[in-house]
Design a protein around this ligand. Structure first.
Ligand code: A3P
Length: 303
C-alpha cells in the first residue's frame, strides 16, 4: 500500500470535525451514516469471517489472532499491511481511502472483516450467508476507560471532554456505536441462533492459549502446537505493541496522536480502578445492575 495516502488524510484532518448521526437510535460517525445504503447492502460471502466488537474490546488483538490462524502462523505474511488495511473495517468511510465496504468488495476470499455495529445494524447478507462471527466483549468499566483515551488521541472521533463528562456520556450510550449494554446483550442473545463465537477479553488476558484454541476450533482449522506457540507469541501485548503493522503507528499524528495515548495503551483488566471515583463506581454499579438484569451475561472486572 502507498502510505502517502496518509498525507492526504492528514491534510484533510486539519479542518475536520466529526459529527454523530443517529441510525435506528444508534450514534454513528456522520461519514458512516453518509454511506449507509452501501453499508447495509454489503454482500457477505460464505467463507468470510467477521470480527464484531464494541469499540476497545480487543478488536485488533482478535484480528491479529484470526489472521495468523488463517495464515498458519506465517508472521511475515501477517505483516503484509497495517491491521486496518488487511482487515477492512466495514463501518469506516474516510476519504480519499476506499470505504471499508469498497475495500472488502475487491478483496479475494477468504476475507477477514471488522465491524463495531450493534447486531441490529449488521447487513442482512451476513445472516443469509451464515457467516462465522467472532464477537469479543470486554467489561464496561475497562471499555469506558480505554475508549476515553482513544477518543482523546483519535481525531476521527469527538473529543471526550473531561473524564467526569465522559463517564456520563458513555453511560448514556452517547458515544460512537452507541450503548455498550445494548451491544453486548444484543450479540449475546443471538449467539445460539447464528454461528457466533462469543469471547471475553478478560478470558483472553487470563489464558490466551486456551482462548486461541477456542477460536481455532470454531474456525475448524487444524493448527500444530508449534504454530499455536508462534501465534501466542506474536499476539502478546508486548510484541503487538512493538509491531508497526498492529500498533497504528503508521498513521500520522493528526489522525492518531500517540503522544497523547498509545493505541496499545495498557492491555490490562481492572485499569478502571485508577479512574473511577468511589461515587462513580456506586452510580455505575447501580445502573449496570438494572440494565444487565436477566441478561444471563456476566463480566469480570478484575482477575
Ligand atoms: P487499553 O486501552 O485498555 O490498553 P480495540 O482493538 O478494540 O480498539 O481495543 C484496544 C484495546 O485492546 C486496548 O486496551 C489495547 O491495549 C488492548 N489490546 C490490544 N492488543 C492486546 C493484546 N495483545 N493483549 C492485551 N490487550 C490488547
Amino acid at each position: 500500500m502507498d502510505l502517502s495516502v496518509f498525507d492526504l488524510i492528514a491534510e484533510q484532518m486539519k479542518n475536520f470535525s466529526v459529527k454523530m448521526e443517529l441510525v435506528d437510535g444508534v450514534p454513528l460517525p456522520d461519514s458512516t451514516w453518509e454511506m449507509w445504503h452501501q453499508f447495509w447492502n454489503f454482500q457477505a460471502r460464505e467463507d468470510d469471517i467477521l470480527i464484531a466488537t464494541f469499540p476497545k474490546a480487543g478488536t485488533t488483538w482478535m484480528q491479529e489472532i484470526v489472521d495468523l490462524i488463517m495464515l498458519q502462523g506465517d508472521v511475515e505474511k501477517s505483516m503484509r499491511a497495517p491491521c486496518f488495511v488487511k482487515v477492512p473495517f466495514l463501518d469506516l468511510n474516510v476519504k480519499p481511502l476506499p470505504s471499508g465496504v469498497e475495500a472488502a468488495n475487491v478483496m479475494p476470499s477468504p476475507r477477514l472483516l471488522k465491524t463495531h455495529m450493534p447486531i441490529k445494524l449488521l447487513p442482512p447478507s451476513f445472516w443469509e450467508k451464515d457467516v462465522k462471527v467472532v464477537y469479543v466483549a470486554r467489561n464496561a468499566k475497562d471499555c469506558m476507560v480505554s475508549y476515553y483515551y482513544f477518543q482523546r488521541m483519535n481525531k476521527g472521533l469527538p473529543d471526550p471532554g473531561t473524564w467526569d463528562e465522559y463517564f456520563s456520556t458513555f453511560l448514556a450510550g452517547d458515544v460512537a456505536w452507541g450503548s455498550w449494554f445494548d451491544h453486548v446483550i444484543g450479540w449475546w442473545n443471538a449467539r445460539d441462533k447464528h454461528r457466533i463465537l462469543y469471547m471475553f477479553y478478560e478470558d483472553m488476558v487470563e489464558d490466551p492459549e486456551r482462548e486461541i484454541r477456542k477460536v481455532i476450533k470454531f474456525l475448524g482449522k487444524d493448527v500444530s502446537e508449534e504454530v499455536l506457540q508462534t501465534i501466542l507469541h506474536h499476539t502478546s501485548f508486548e510484541v503487538m505493541k512493538n509491531n508497526p503493522m498492529a500498533n497504528y503507528s503508521v498513521l500520522p499524528s493528526v489522525v492518531m496522536d500517540q503522544s497523547i495515548s498509545k493505541f496499545m495503551r495498557k492491555g490490562k483488566v481492572g485499569d478502571w480502578k485508577n479512574h473511577f471515583s468511589v461515587s462513580q463506581n456506586i452510580a455505575f454499579d447501580k445502573e449496570y445492575k438494572e440494565k444487565m438484569e436477566g441478561s444471563g451475561l456476566t463480566f469480570r472486572e478484575e482477575l
